[in-house]
Design a binder for this molecule. Structure first.
Ligand SMILES: NC(=O)c1ccc[n+]([C@@H]2O[C@H](COP(=O)([O-])OP(=O)(O)OC[C@H]3O[C@@H](n4cnc5c(N)ncnc54)[C@H](OP(=O)(O)O)[C@@H]3O)[C@@H](O)[C@H]2O)c1
Length: 305
């Protein structure tokens, strides 16, 4: 079944439900905040989809829940999906769900390589990812956690030159890798970096994020919720009134807006397996992003929690 983005009513998205998630009434995908990829100028919506919890194998009930979330992500205008061979069966599950929904052409699919052996093993892994994802091209291919990056990057460049991969990059979510990450950013031509950045873990803003701006690299933010842990910290405390100044209606939007408000950030890829989380997080892609002074206020509030 091919789902049309214009089919808002079929996705259950009335003006009322949009208002409930903090989006301006009647705001559709055409009103989503988008940012440019510096190496091409192509723009992408600021909210993508993280899928490290999509490895549910053949479990039909779990697949049905994920299919609903993916359909809503697409209906709301989402395009960028981040996955990896390391995420158990996620690539297979995504490949099946994307084919079922008939939405491949609307998506920007990012996956990763993590082959220690490099060379032929990396080529084989990329082919296998494409088979699982049921696609002939990948939008972004990243070296996962810098694993064997010296061997992997030349392979990624070959695929890019052949036109089968559009963008290449590197990823981490570990501060202990930042020094090496920075060194690679300085010496290699990359379209994207992917890194952890949140109100809880701000270290990337010290050197890596400014360097990404200098080097013209797009920044994909992972773990803006600290894997979900940050929600325990905020608990059921009310949002400050001033969060409304930048259109923020939930703690998830508060956290995403903080990360996306950094001038280097291109998009964030929250992990979301539930429809109501997709709805909530897309609220962060409507309205304004916090400016430097508002972000400082967010930090002070978070530190005092
Ligand atoms: N080195 C790397 O390359 C690397 C490392 C880490 C992550 N990543 C990528 O980044 C993505 C994001 O990281 P992550 O998933 O570990 O952490 P995350 O995005 O910080 O947190 C995801 C968790 O937050 C929950 N959540 C999502 N939206 C919510 C909302 N509106 N309200 C309350 N809870 C909400 C999710 O629940 P539900 O699942 O129940 O919706 C899930 O438990 C990954 O999926 C992966 O694609 C890459």
């Amino acid at each position: 079944m091919k789902i049309s983005r214009r089919d808002f009513s079929k996705a259950g998205l009335s003006a009322l439900s949009l208002a409930a998630i903090g989006a301006p009434a009647m705001a559709g995908p055409e009103h989503l905040l988008r940012k440019p990829i510096p190496s091409s100028g192509e723009t992408v919506p600021v909210i993508g989809l993280g899928t490290n919890r999509y490895g549910v194998g053949d479990d039909a009930a779990k697949r049905a829940v994920l299919k609903e979330s993916l359909a809503r992500f697409h209906a709301l205008g989402g395009t960028v999906i981040d996955t990896a061979p390391m995420y158990r069966s996620s690539e297979v599950v995504l490949g099946d769900l994307i084919a079922d929904l008939g939405i491949r052409d609307d998506l920007f699919i990012a996956t990763k390589v993590d082959e220690d052996a490099g060379g032929d093993a990396t080529h084989a892994q990329i082919k296998e990812s494409m088979r699982r994802l049921k696609t002939d091209t990948l939008d972004l291919l990243q070296v996962h956690n810098l694993i064997a990056w010296q061997d992997a990057l030349p392979v990624l460049r070959e695929w890019k030159q052949e036109g089968k991969v559009r963008y290449i990059g590197i990823t981490t979510s570990r501060a202990r890798q930042y020094e090496e990450f920075e060194k690679i950013m300085r010496q290699e031509e990359l379209d994207f970096i992917q890194i952890n950045y949140s109100l809880e873990q701000r270290e990337a803003a010290r050197r890596i994020l400014p360097l990404a701006v200098d080097r013209g690299m797009a920044v994909m933010i992972n773990r803006a919720f600290g894997g979900g842990r940050i929600f325990q910290k905020v608990g059921d405390q009310p949002l400050p009134e001033w969060a409304k100044d930048f259109g923020c209606n939930s703690w998830a939007q508060f956290l995403l807006n903080y990360a996306l408000g950094h001038p280097a950030a291109t998009l964030s890829i929250p992990g979301m397996t539930k429809v109501h989380h997709v709805d909530d997080n897309f609220g962060a892609a409507h309205g304004n992003l916090p400016d430097a002074a508002q972000r400082k206020r967010q930090e002070a509030l978070f530190d005092a929690l």
